[in-house]
Design a protein around this ligand. Structure first.
Ligand code: TRP
Length: 332
């Protein structure tokens, strides 16, 4: 008999327009996982409301993220695609886990420290508890592997701690998840400050390329990308801007940095930039076209997220019931 496939869980917040960083660093790699693993990909809207959202924008972006998953090649038949708030077990399990989490460990989360600093005196409690909800997401599905970027490894570590703590306090309940480090997962940096990660929340619009940016905007942003005065295309930390452009090329074309550098012997940054822009446009155009088609067919998207929620609900509720029983709640 075939071994049971390992379970993968990941999610993206619909809290801003997605950038090519989200795509090249995450979604594009998820596409390659779908045959080998049993994958759940979630649009984590409950996480998104830890910062203020305009309701209409949240609604639009939630569907947009789902459409992007599908347009990128994540097959809704093979994977479970769903919207987090459609599966109440996430909120319920988060409460149970919150009662097993310590203020100290949550207060040490660097993302919390960074984000709460910007909230002045009105730090919402959800921001503090955010990683516990993320742990619930992961643990409810007996997830083996979680593909996350570096900025999320501390949260994943907490999910592991909470799983182990619960297993020890009661009895083995959760699989203790591991991080999944993609072989080719690219970390795309800001085009304006290439030592910082590309972020959709950056104030400088030229620092990121949105997945749904039109071609002329992509070309303009790439042409304005910060480089250096060295003038030679090399892949080194001393030239972070050029390195980032090479990384983008590699991530899209599946090349190695050395191969790109070899192509640009005797050529300048202008040529590199124009090729990077062409490559991005060529990669994103069909995806944008597909996203547009999907967003025009709301009934299909609805079918996908309803079916996904049904599957996810079944799995998540099973785990939630186990938790409740062990904690001492009367079965319903
Ligand atoms: N916190 C993650 C991020 O901002 C998103 C997320 C929520 C997630 N729940 C998750 C990622 C579960 C992986 C698994 O990137």
């Amino acid at each position: 008999m075939e071994d049971k496939k390992k379970v993968i869980f990941s999610g993206i917040q619909p809290s801003g327009e997605l950038t090519i960083g989200n795509y090249l660093g995450a979604i594009k790699n998820w596409v390659k996982l779908q045959d080998q693993y049993d994958c759940l990909f979630c649009v984590v809207d409950l996480h998104a409301i830890t910062v203020k959202q305009v309701p209409a924008d949240l609604r639009r972006r939630t569907l947009e993220v789902l459409a992007i998953y599908i347009a990128a090649g994540i097959d809704p038949e093979k994977n479970t695609l769903f919207i987090q708030s459609h599966v109440p077990a996430h909120s319920e399990a988060a409460w149970l886990l919150n009662c097993n989490s310590y203020m100290g460990e949550l207060g040490r989360m660097t993302q919390y420290k960074d984000k709460s600093q910007k909230m002045g005196d009105s730090i919402v409690a959800g921001l503090f508890n955010y990683p516990v909800l993320m742990a619930a997401d992961i643990l409810l599905y007996n997830t083996d592997l979680v593909p996350v970027g570096k900025d999320q490894t501390q949260h994943l570590e907490l999910a592991r701690d909470l799983a182990q703590r619960f297993n020890n306090a009661y009895s083995p309940t959760f699989v203790v998840p591991e991080g999944y480090i993609a072989k080719e997962g690219a970390k795309i940096m800001s085009l304006q400050e290439p030592t910082k990660k590309m972020s959709k929340s950056d104030e400088n619009q030229n620092s990121f390329i949105l997945l749904l940016d039109p071609p002329e905007v992509i070309r303009k942003k790439v042409s304005r990308a910060v480089t250096d005065g060295i003038g030679v295309v090399n892949y080194t930390d001393e030239q972070p801007g050029v390195k980032n452009l090479i990384d983008i090329l590699c991530a899209i074309k599946g090349l190695k940095p050395d191969e790109v550098v070899a192509d640009y012997v005797g050529k300048g940054y202008a040529e590199l930039k124009s090729d990077v822009a062409d490559t991005i446009v060529a990669e994103l155009s069909p995806l944008q076209e597909k996203v547009k088609e999907l967003l025009a067919d709301k009934s299909y998207l609805e079918e996908v997220y309803k079916k996904g929620a049904e599957k996810a609900n079944y799995l998540a509720t099973k785990t939630l019931r186990k938790m409740q029983k062990k904690i001492g709640f009367i079965p319903r």
